[in-house]
Design a protein around this ligand. Structure first.
Ligand code: FES
Ligand code: FES
Length: 159
């Protein structure tokens, strides 16, 4: 067992956990933040478990919780501010970027990081950015549109 201090969505948690506990299991089972999904039994291929570690998108099934000790994690529950959805979340709702929604938390976390690094992406760049996120329902067309429209909204409100 090991004691870790991890900031999650702005709150500091000090927990004693098994050294081999995965970060995704820590978030879901310890903190009950079940918006972070597990879609591929921890193989790193589906992207449903994507979170931010110090602002960068990472797959939380591919790292141990102890590796996040002393770091800041954001989950999909932390994207909204003061009860208001983020621009990207609103865009997914407006442009039908989801159907069952299982993949959506991971895509939102990945694309939030992506848009921070690619403020004016082409559709091809968006598709490249989505390579690590599997969606079984949508065919991706509306996901790409939602990301594209969010980038325009962010650009128009920047500065
Ligand atoms: S559960 Fe992490 S990539 Fe699928
Ligand atoms: S909306 Fe169902 S898996 Fe993507």
């Amino acid at each position: 067992m090991q004691t870790v201090k991890i900031t999650v969505n702005g709150a500091l948690y000090e927990e004693t956990i098994p050294a081999r506990m995965l970060l995704v299991d820590f978030l879901r089972d310890r903190l009950a933040l079940t918006g972070t999904h597990v879609g591929c039994t921890h193989e790193g291929v589906c992207g449903a478990c994507t979170i931010h570690l110090d602002g960068e998108a990472v797959k939380s099934c591919m790292m141990l919780a102890v590796q996040a000790d002393g770091h800041a994690v954001t989950t999909v529950e932390g994207l909204a501010r003061n009860q208001e959805l983020s621009v990207l979340q609103k865009s997914f709702r407006e442009h039908h970027g989801l159907q069952c929604g299982f993949c959506t938390p991971g895509i939102l976390m990945n694309m939030t990081d992506f848009l921070a690094r690619h403020p004016n992406p082409s559709d091809e760049e968006i598709r490249q950015g989505l390579i690590g996120n599997l969606c079984r329902c949508t065919g991706y067309v509306h996901i790409v549109k939602a990301v594209r429209e969010a980038s325009k909204t962010l650009a128009s409100t920047a500065g």
